[in-house]
Structures are given as C-alpha cells and as structure tokens.
Design a protein around this ligand. Structure first.
Ligand SMILES: NC(=O)c1ccc[n+]([C@@H]2O[C@H](COP(=O)([O-])OP(=O)(O)OC[C@H]3O[C@@H](n4cnc5c(N)ncnc54)[C@H](OP(=O)(O)O)[C@@H]3O)[C@@H](O)[C@H]2O)c1
Length: 313
C-alpha cells in the first residue's frame, strides 16, 4: 500500500511516499481502508521532533528516541472497514467509520489497523473529508471548553481562532451561547466572523497582552500566552486554558489557568459528527492527495494553516 513515511525527524522534506506492507489487524483491531485522514499540528510536531518546552525527552520516549518509532504519522481517520480482528464486535466489513489512533498513528496510508474502541460509525450525511477534518481540533476544542464554564452569559476569547482547534472552538462556544472574541490576523477575520465570532482582534495591529478587555474564558491555542499573561485577560471569576502549554505549565497547579492533553474519546467523535450533520459545525478544510503531503507539512510549520488539511491516500 502507499504511505507517507517519516524515516527520520526533520523538516517537511523528510516525508517520503513509499510502498509498504499493509497492516494486519490484531484481535481487537479493525483494518480501515483510509478514505480521508487529517494532517495536523500534532503530526508536524512529531515529524520535526519539536515539542513544547520540557516535553522533549518524554515525547521522544513515546514517539522514538532517535527516529520515529512509527514512521507512518497521522492520528485521524475516516474510511471503510476492510477486515476485523477475531474479538471485534459492533463493526462489519464495509461499515463507514471514523476515529483517532493516539500515539499509534498510521493513518497517512491506504490502510490502518486501529483498536475498535478508538472508532465510531460515521453518519452517512457526514462526508469522509468532514469527519477526518473535525476530529482533531474538535476533540481538543470540546475538551478545553468543557473544562471551564463556557455557556450563556460568558465571554470567550479564542486565541488562534483560524486554526484547527480555533475554528472548532469559535463554533462550539457560540453553540453554547457564549459571546466569542476571536484573535487572528486580518486576512482570517472574515472567516472567523462567518463561523460566528462576535468580535475579532487582529493581532497584527493590536497587542493582545496590552488590551484592557477582560474575558470569562481565555482559550490559547497559539502558545504565546503564559499563565501570567493569560490571567491578565481574565475577569475576576474567569479561567484560562493553555492548549500548547509547557511541561511546567502542565504540572504546576494554578487556580485560574489550566492546561492538559485532550482525550480521544469515541463518544466525542460521535458528538462532533452529529454537530457537523446538523449544521452546527462547519469543517474548514483543504483536501489534498498523498503526493502533496510535504507541502501540507510546510504549511503547518509556517504557522499559517487555516482550519484543517485532509489527505486522501
Ligand atoms: N493539549 C492538547 O491536547 C492539544 C491538542 C491539539 C493540539 N494541541 C496544540 O495546540 C496548538 C494549536 O493547534 P492547531 O492544530 O489548532 O494549530 P494550527 O491549526 O496549526 O494553527 C494555525 C493558526 O494559528 C494562527 N496563529 C498563528 N499565530 C497566531 C497569533 N500570534 N495569534 C493568533 N493566531 C495565530 C494562524 O492564523 P493567522 O495565519 O491568521 O496568524 C493559523 O490559522 C498546537 O501547538 C498543538 O500542538 C494541543
């Protein structure tokens, strides 16, 4: 099968398209024929061995010390069931499914073997592209907005509103009846307004750290706020969440600033796809072929990716 392989850590150009063996599903795994997969900031971090401060050694232990232990990246898949392990219930060959593979990755290929518990059925009204596009940023946005009191009468600042987490966070916060201020560059202001943002701060002309405005929830997806600068943007009862926090920011407990890793839960995948199906969530995405995956990594590394990149191996 064709796959995008990352034999060594390095720049986007280390990614190679190769023919490799098709995986065999283990007893509790499902073999999925990949129709669509996401190329994410997570993939680019692993490829470049570029982890948040303090996470370098831990991440290399998880992903491979000298080179990627699992050279086919990709943590999100939407596709059809091609074969089942002996102990799998609830899925049949031909079913349309979507899910996330955690640290096992492997979706940037024509087939991936994935534990059944990491998959859910894809509603027929949601396209494979939308399913693959929504799960990474959507799972993180759901988790972080649920971890704070986002709801009616709350004001939410989404820093990095045009990215994978950001485009979902703007829409989910609006769905929860919050008033949303989106931080993005001017070129993405129309997009985030279209997604529902009530107000836009163009960070290229306004210094976010110097604004006098205060919010009940601050969600930072960029990583340019630290606990002190995030707390300065909060109302007296507000809480900030740092999605790209350092190890120290993750382990030192603070009353008003949270961090952490978003879980990958099949029930969240189903919920996100139901929000896509009923029109609550619009998946902002570009679709590419496997041969364009090096460019996708370049775009992510530039920091300018808008929404999600969906690859069709
Ligand atoms: N903790 C977790 O569980 C978890 C889960 C998922 C992701 N993450 C992390 O969260 C971070 C964001 O992920 P992502 O996939 O959403 O990123 P992404 O899609 O790559 O974000 C790209 C966007 O960031 C915007 N941006 C860049 N600099 C900005 C700035 N100074 N102010 C405001 N916006 C800016 C860009 O908009 P402009 O072009 O307009 O600047 C671009 O649209 C990554 O570090 C990722 O590793 C953490």
């Amino acid at each position: 099968m064709r796959a995008a392989v990352v034999p060594v850590y390095g720049p986007p150009e280390v990614v190679e398209i190769r023919d490799i063996d098709r995986p065999e599903p283990g007893p509790k795994q499902v073999l999925v024929r990949v129709v669509a997969a996401a190329v994410t900031s997570g993939d680019a971090r692993i490829r470049g061995a570029r982890f948040p401060d303090g996470f370098g050694a831990l991440s290399r232990l998880a992903f491979g010390w000298r080179r990627p232990r699992r050279p086919v990246l990709g943590g999100v898949v939407s596709g059809t069931v091609a074969a089942l392990g002996a102990k799998v219930d609830g899925f049949a060959v031909g079913d349309e499914v979507a899910g996330m593979t955690g640290t096992a990755m492997g979706t940037h290929a024509q087939y991936v073997a994935i534990p059944a518990k990491k998959l859910t059925h894809k509603p027929p009204t949601v396209s494979h592209s939308d399913a693959a596009g929504v799960l990474f940023g959507g799972s993180a946005a759901l988790h972080f907005l649920r971890s704070v009191d986002t709801g009616a009468n709350t004001t939410v600042l989404v820093n990095g509103a045009s990215g994978a987490i950001g485009t979902n966070a703007v829409q989910i916060a609006k769905h929860l009846d919050a008033t949303v201020t989106a931080v993005t560059s001017g070129s993405n202001a129309a997009l985030v307004t279209d997604l529902g943002a009530d107000d836009v701060i163009d960070y290229t002309s306004v210094d976010l750290a110097a604004t006098k405005r205060r919010f009940d929830v601050v969600l930072d997806t960029v990583g340019n706020l630290d606990p002190a600068s995030a707390a300065r943007l909060l109302t007296d009862s507000g809480t900030a969440v740092l999605a790209a926090a350092t190890l120290a920011e993750n382990v030192i407990p603070r009353r008003r600033v949270k961090a952490g890793v978003a879980p990958e839960r099949a029930e969240d995948f189903a919920h996100l796809m139901s929000l896509v199906a009923d029109g609550t969530l619009r998946v902002v995405r570009d679709d590419i072929g496997l041969d364009d995956i090096v460019d996708a990594h370049r775009r992510i590394d530039s920091g300018r990716k808008v929404g999600n990149i969906v690859v069709h191996p």
